[in-house]
Design a protein around this ligand. Structure first.
Ligand code: MN3
Length: 200
């Protein structure tokens, strides 16, 4: 396979004021594009050319750092754009997912608290995650471009806490960015979709 930069599923203005046009122009059009371009260069000759993206991420982890960083970030960002939507967030979750968050994570309020803490306490660049592992939901964090995939889990929601994701709109206020992400941006229908795929 080769990596391709997807179109955003909404216009560059659609997530404002919580995520601005300028942030999406840099983040999607430049940062994600660089992961795609560099990933394609590093994929050539790696021996993983005929694998799926998930297999490339898992197969390069700990073995080919350059390819792993770019393929991992490509995978993470492919989903990140879809994990957001205009007028997203809030407390209205699809029923099955809401019930699972109640039973595995102690309810939505507790989940939001733990997810926010994961994002705040990720030192330097990385991601906060909601994952499915062995049929159970868990909150996690990873450094840099690392994905829960390499820890045997499937991410069903992720928030990019690299500075390129929030510094234009929030400066150093990462907690405010995480709150806006949960309150106004999360596409819970897409989270439900990835949850259903991960648990079937
Ligand atoms: Mn990013």
């Amino acid at each position: 396979m080769s990596f391709t930069l997807p179109e955003l599923p909404y216009s560059h203005d659609a997530l404002a004021p919580y995520m601005s046009r300028e942030t999406l122009e840099y983040h999607h059009d430049k940062h994600h594009k660089a992961y795609v371009d560099n990933g394609n260069k590093l994929l050539a000759g790696s021996g993983l050319e005929d694998k799926s993206l998930e297999e490339i991420v898992k197969g390069s982890f700990g073995k080919n750092a350059g390819l792993f960083n770019n393929a991992g970030q490509h995978y993470n960002h492919l989903h990140f754009w879809k994990w957001m939507k205009p007028n997203g967030g809030g407390d209205k979750l699809p029923g099955k997912l809401a019930a699972k968050i109640d039973s595995d994570l102690g309810g939505l309020a507790k989940f939001k608290e733990d997810f926010t803490q994961a994002g705040i306490t990720q030192f330097g660049s990385g991601w906060a995650w909601l994952t499915v592992k062995d049929g159970k939901l868990a909150v996690a964090k990873t450094p840099n471009g690392e994905s829960p995939l390499v820890h045997g889990a499937t991410p069903i929601l992720g928030c990019d806490v690299w500075e390129h994701s929030y510094y234009i709109d929030y400066r150093n206020r990462r907690p405010d960015y995480l709150k806006a992400f949960l309150d106004h941006l999360v596409n819970w229908e897409y989270v439900e979709e990835t949850f259903a795929a991960a648990t079937k």
